[in-house]
Design a protein around this ligand. Structure first.
Ligand code: ME8
Length: 511
């Protein structure tokens, strides 16, 4: 039976266009999904759009559209962007889907029936953009939101509250018992620090008189579900674990070979750590459902030294970069440049450095190795010993595995690129051009070329999760039917295969 892996990205607000921040998370998830599939796992990779709430309602009004028209347009835009970036999601969820509405209703009804929801009133300050309440002492200068800096509104209203505080102890115990539950460790410590203060209760509703664009509470239709509660439940909806018609766990919920819940990994940005590591697990505890197995909170992309923002006009569009450099270069840059978990800065100079690495190390190796097989052996991989770089391959695979186990994808990619560098060094040392001139060394040349053919197959497998397009092209040029699994590639007997020379994998770019 194959192992099941369920990976998620945040669902992005349908109020703005995708930029490199959203692309980073989604490509990271895609690469991890592809590594899992290579291992033979059965994968469910979820992404989607967050479509309810005041932010969407206001953006639609601003554009003179109905909220659903805006959401339809933006969901299409995200989906199209992800397809162009070769992101192989299995499910794209939209929170306006009927199925999701049913699961949200069942979930909040269940919290209500279990006595975890009560009616209260809220008086204080509200930030529309962050969709959250603040107390006077939280506010920044000039009555602004401490998170986003926008002006806040003073409000007083009836709300339904979830007894989040009741689960504080259980949550702390869970985090302490599972050291890897939140990664990286700084984020885990941040959550534990936050939980040293008493945890308040969570307002889970907004009055419909103020906000109509949401999912009405089944026990009070004058209120809609708070957009963050609505949004977090998407992970459960997409797992199929809750049957909205039953209002309860779907058949097979407890069978790990049939159920996708709990999720194996929620991949998020560090900006939404509290909602995922505090609200979500306590809500699940309240509903009596298992918690996700792990949360990975990555760092923040800035542009140069500056925060990326629409008003500053410095938002980097991944699709524009793709036009010039190709899909795989965008993916490689984002995943290789940002140490998983830390912040990173986008600059055109660094992008070019990473592009050069692809072109001059991996691309160049592929080009020269295939050219030599064409030139010296008429395009057929000769019958030589293909194991000349096997020890280096073994070391690389160990390094990749260790890096992946530690959620340090950038290190796994560095190890793969180092293997290509080592292979370029191997070419220099073996000097196949000299071997070719000396008829007594024909056997040595056969070994060199067979070794390179195997090595290139290994690289196509190792790079596939990040550079799926160019890896597939390399596999094709090597005469392989598809990108091999890593295991198949390292055992590969390439003798007799016909290779094909083509344009450089990463052409010189005219800027
Ligand atoms: O928060 N650097 O949606 P959102 C790195 N709908 N990652 C970035 C980034 C940056 N500069 N900017 C955005 C929401 N991201 C909610 C989520 S989930 C149940 C609901 C990425 O459209 C990063 O993953 O504001 C961040 O967490 C997410 O986009 C926020 O997307």
């Amino acid at each position: 039976m194959s192992n099941r892996t369920y990976l998620t990205t945040p669902i992005y607000y349908a109020s703005g266009a995708p930029h490199i921040g959203h692309a980073y998370t989604t490509i990271l998830a895609d690469a991890l999904a592809r590594f899992s599939r290579q291992r033979g796992d059965d994968v469910l990779f979820l992404t989607g759009t967050d479509e309810h709430g005041q932010k969407i309602q206001e953006e639609a009004e601003r554009r003179g559209m109905q909220p659903i028209e805006l959401c339809d347009a933006m969901a299409d835009r995200f989906r199209a962007a992800w397809e162009q970036l070769e992101i192989g999601f299995d499910r794209f969820i939209r929170t306006t889907e009927a199925e999701h509405r049913g699961v949200v209703e069942a979930f909040v009804q269940r919290l209500y029936d279990r006595g975890h929801i009560y009616e209260g009133s809220y008086a204080g300050w509200y930030c529309v953009h962050e969709e959250r309440y603040w107390t006077q002492k939280d506010l920044g200068e000039g009555q602004t939101c401490p998170d986003c800096g926008r002006p806040v509104q003073e409000i007083e209203e009836k709300n339904w509250f979830f007894r989040m505080g009741a689960f504080q102890e259980a949550l702390v115990a869970h985090i302490e018992a599972h050291p890897d539950w939140i990664r990286p460790e700084v984020r885990r410590n941040e959550v534990l620090g936050f939980l040293q203060q008493p945890l308040g209760d969570l307002s889970i509703s907004r009055p419909r008189s103020r906000l109509h664009w949401g999912i009405p509470l089944p026990f009070d239709p004058d209120h809609v579900t708070y957009v963050w509660v609505d949004a977090l439940i998407n992970y459960l909806t997409a797992s199929g674990a809750i049957d909205p018609a039953l209002g309860a766990e779907a058949p097979g919920f407890d069978d790990p070979s049939a159920s996708w819940w709990p999720a194996d990994l929620h991949i998020i940005g560090k900006d939404i750590l509290t909602t995922h590591a505090v609200y979500w697990p306590t809500l699940l505890m309240g509903a009596g459902l298992p918690l996700p197995r792990r949360i990975l909170a990555h760092g923040w992309w800035v542009v140069g030294e500056t925060k990326m923002s629409k008003s500053l006009g410095n938002v980097i569009d991944p699709l524009e970069l793709r036009e010039t450099f190709g899909t795989d270069a965008v993916r490689w840059y984002l995943l290789r440049e940002m140490p998983t978990g830390s912040d990173a800065s986008y600059t055109p100079e660094r992008f070019l450095v990473r592009y050069d690495e692809l072109a001059k190390v991996w691309g160049n190796l592929a080009q020269r190795a295939i050219s030599m097989i064409v030139r010296y052996r008429e395009g057929t991989v000769p019958d030589g010993d293909a194991g000349g770089l096997d020890p280096e391959i073994a070391l690389t695979l160990d390094a990749v595995e260790a890096a992946l186990a530690a959620d340090r994808l950038h290190e796994a990619l560095a190890a793969a690129m180092d293997l290509a560098r080592t292979a370029n060094g191997y070419v220099e040392t073996r000097e196949p051009w000299a071997q070719a001139k000396d008829p007594t060394r024909a056997g040595d040349l056969d070994d060199t070329l067979a070794t390179l053919a195997r090595l290139l197959g290994v690289l196509s497998a190792l790079f596939e999760p990040v550079c799926p397009e160019r890896s597939a092209e390399l596999a094709r040029r090597l005469g392989l039917p598809a990108v091999p699994t890593i295991e198949a590639a390292r055992m590969d007997a390439p003798t007799g295969r016909t290779v094909e020379k083509g344009d450089p994998l990463f052409p010189r770019v005219e800027l």
